[in-house]
Design a protein around this ligand. Structure first.
Ligand code: FPP
Length: 254
């Protein structure tokens, strides 16, 4: 069944999506905020602010078309290397984003979860995060997973340490450690594998994002910088995904 979801402006060409083939779990590397700002002669921070505004729209757009989980890279374990001022402005922006938008997202039945080493953030931010998760925990619409202080390798190492400790304690055997077991013990345990990864702004790398979960994801790139990303761009990405043939290492079905 084809569901027409969006009219492309100004050509009024229609993007049609197959309702049964919407990616369940979409991940986005929100890249290019700095370049977007630079092109306009603005401070980098203005790019991040514009990026945060875009995220609001994309969350609602993703929910509208039936995506179940949207995982976005807000701050990586490597982003601490940025100048102190940029780091603290980004932390402020994340706080502000949550404080300003949480009730709106709650009204839209969006559930918010955080992935990453949250204990490494300020106590104030940890409290805001706990409140956001608790307020929205029973919502049944899209789950927005915000990756903050997140690194794919860090996530795997933390999970390995927990498993090793369980083996030492005698509550886990080596044979219990399977791919499914690991998947269900990562930060992303609820949604597991990513179906579609979107990366704007002309960089074509994973940047330590969801290393395990991207094993069989489809990748989609756009030249747009994140602040120029729109709901229509999201629909284009999903439409492209629907034309991919996912074989998961097998062969094409006859
Ligand atoms: C990459 O752009 C972007 C980031 C490191 C931060 C992304 C943050 C936001 C969109 C702000 C809102 C976040 C949340 C979670 C509410 P860049 O700075 O690397 O851009 P550049 O490569 O052009 O310099």
């Amino acid at each position: 069944m084809l569901k027409t979801l969006f009219k492309r402006k100004p050509s009024s060409e229609t993007i049609s999506l197959e309702a049964q083939n919407i990616p369940r779990h979409v991940a986005i590397i929100m890249d290019g905020n700095g370049r977007w700002a630079k092109q306009r002669g603005l401070p980098r921070f203005m790019g991040h602010r514009a990026g945060a505004d875009v995220l609001k729209q994309i969350v609602l757009g993703a929910d509208e078309i039936g995506i179940k989980a949207l995982t976005v890279y807000g701050f990586s374990t490597e982003n601490w290397k940025r100048p102190e001022q940029e780091v603290s402005l980004l932390m402020e922006l994340i706080k502000e984003y949550l404080q300003k938008n949480i009730s709106h997202m709650h009204e839209h039945n969006v559930r918010i979860r955080f992935i990453g080493y949250i204990q490494g953030l300020s106590q104030e931010l940890q409290d805001i995060i706990a409140d956001a998760e608790s307020l929205t925990k029973n919502n049944t619409g899209l789950t927005l997973q915000l990756a903050i202080n997140y690194g794919g390798r860090d996530e795997i190492v933390r999970t390995m340490r927990i498993m090793a400790q369980s083996v030492v304690d005698g509550t886990l055997t080596i044979d219990d450690i399977t791919e499914d077991y690991v998947t269900s013990h990562l930060f992303t345990k609820e949604f597991g594998d990513v179906d579609l990864l979107i990366r704007p702004s002309r960089d074509y790398r994973i940047s330590n994002f969801l290393l395990w979960q991207l094993a069989y994801a489809e990748f989609w790139f756009t030249d747009l910088h994140w602040p120029d990303f729109t709901k229509e761009t999201l629909l284009e990405a999903v439409a492209a995904y629907q034309h991919r043939e996912r074989r998961f290492g097998g062969l094409q079905e006859e």
